[in-house]
Design a protein around this ligand. Structure first.
Ligand code: ZN
Length: 314
C-alpha cells in the first residue's frame, strides 16, 4: 500500500490532504516499482514530490511521448531497474499532469462488473465481460475539469489497467504480466445519451472530458495485493462509492484473458474495469453531477484524481 493509506487516518484525509499525492513512497522493498506520469506532454517518473524527465535521463533512448515508453515497456523497465533514472530533476506540479496514457489504440470498458452495481442497475451479472469502448477522444487528465453537457451526468469510479505487453490469447495466470500499470479513472456517463437509442454505452460515455485518468500509472508490483484495492469517490467531500476491487466479477487478469481471446491487445491499450455500486442514477431519487461540484476519486496505493464539474462552455 502507498503511504497515503499508512500516513493518514480517514478517507476524508486521503482525499483532501495536499501531501497525500506528493509524499507517497515510490518504490517497494525490491526497488523495482515505477510510477509513470505525463507532465505537460512528457513522460516522467514520479519519485516522491519530484519527477525525472525520462527522455533526458535516458539520453534520448526513451520518450518523451508516454506512448513510446509504453511501446517499449520491457526495455524501459530494464533500463529503469539499473537505477539510471534516480536523479530527480524537477518538482512535481500537479496541474501539469495529463492523462498518463494519452493516445491508446484501444480503450475497453466493462459494464456490470461488480455484483452490487449490477443489482442496483436491475441487471443480471453477465457470463462474459459486458464490453464497450470509451472513444479515446474522451480521455482527459487527472485534475482536468469535466465539461458537463445536459442534466443526467453520473460518476463511475474505476480501476484502469494499461497494457504493457502485446497480448494474444493470454492465459488468466499470465494476465498481470501483460499489464504495465494501474491508474484511477472516472467513466463519466451521460445517462440520457447512454440510453437514448436503446443502449449505446460507448457514445454516452465518450463526451469530451468524460474520461479522466491518473494521476499516474503505478506498476502492479508496487501494490501489496493488486487484486484487492480500496476504491471510491466523493462528491464535494461526501463519499458516494466505497468498495474493493476484490469484488470485481472479472478481475484484471481475467479481463486480459477474455479480451485477448477475442482480439490482440497492444501496449498502451486501456481497460476501464467497471464501477462498484453507488452511482447516481440508481439512487432514489436519482442524483447527477452539477457544475461547480468537485469529484474526487481514489484507489488506495495509486492515488487520487480530482475533477471539477464545469458547465458546457468551460
Ligand atoms: Zn463504467
Amino acid at each position: 500500500m502507498g503511504s497515503c493509506r499508512l500516513g493518514v487516518g480517514s478517507r476524508y484525509d486521503r482525499i483532501f490532504l495536499p501531501g497525500c499525492h506528493e509524499g507517497v513512497a515510490t518504490r517497494g522493498p525490491e526497488g523495482t516499482a515505477v510510477r509513470l506520469a505525463n507532465a505537460a506532454g512528457r513522460a516522467v517518473l514520479v519519485l516522491e514530490s519530484r519527477i525525472v524527465d525520462i527522455e533526458t535521463a535516458s539520453g534520448g533512448r526513451f520518450g518523451p511521448d508516454p506512448m513510446d515508453v509504453l511501446a517499449e515497456w520491457d526495455e524501459f523497465r530494464a533500463w529503469e531497474a539499473t537505477g539510471a533514472s534516480k536523479a530527480a530533476t524537477a518538482r512535481l506540479v500537479e496541474s501539469d499532469l495529463r492523462c498518463p496514457v494519452p493516445r491508446p489504440r484501444q480503450v475497453f470498458a466493462i459494464g456490470l462488473n461488480y455484483r452490487d452495481h449490477a443489482a442496483e442497475s436491475g441487471m443480471a451479472v453477465p457470463e462474459v465481460p459486458a464490453t464497450f469502448t470509451k472513444f479515446p477522444a474522451s480521455l482527459s487528465g487527472p485534475f482536468d475539469d469535466i465539461p458537463l453537457v445536459g442534466e443526467t451526468n453520473d460518476w463511475e469510479v474505476e480501476l484502469v489497467a494499461a497494457i504493457g505487453r502485446r497480448a494474444d490469447r493470454v492465459a488468466e495466470r499470465e494476465g498481470w504480466s501483460h499489464v504495465a500499470g494501474l491508474a484511477v479513472g472516472q467513466d463519466i456517463s451521460d445517462r440520457h445519451l447512454q440510453f437514448a437509442a436503446g443502449s449505446q454505452f460507448s457514445l454516452g460515455k465518450s463526451r469530451r472530458g468524460y474520461g479522466p485518468v491518473g494521476p499516474w500509472l503505478v506498476t502492479p508490483d508496487e501494490l501489496g495485493d493488486p487484486d484487492d484495492l480500496a476504491i471510491g469517490c466523493a462528491v464535494d467531500g461526501e463519499t458516494v462509492q466505497d468498495a474493493r476491487t476484490s469484488d470485481l466479477v472479472f478481475g484484471v487478469p481475467r479481463l486480459v484473458a477474455e479480451l485477448s481471446a477475442v482480439m490482440t491487445l497492444f501496449p498502451g491499450d486501456l481497460i476501464f474495469t467497471g464501477t462498484p455500486s453507488g452511482v447516481g442514477f440508481a439512487r432514489q431519487p436519482p442524483r447527477f453531477l452539477r457544475a461547480g461540484q468537485l469529484l474526487a476519486s481514489w484507489v488506495d496505493g495509486i492515488g487520487t484524481i480530482r475533477n471539477r464539474c464545469a458547465g458546457e462552455d468551460a
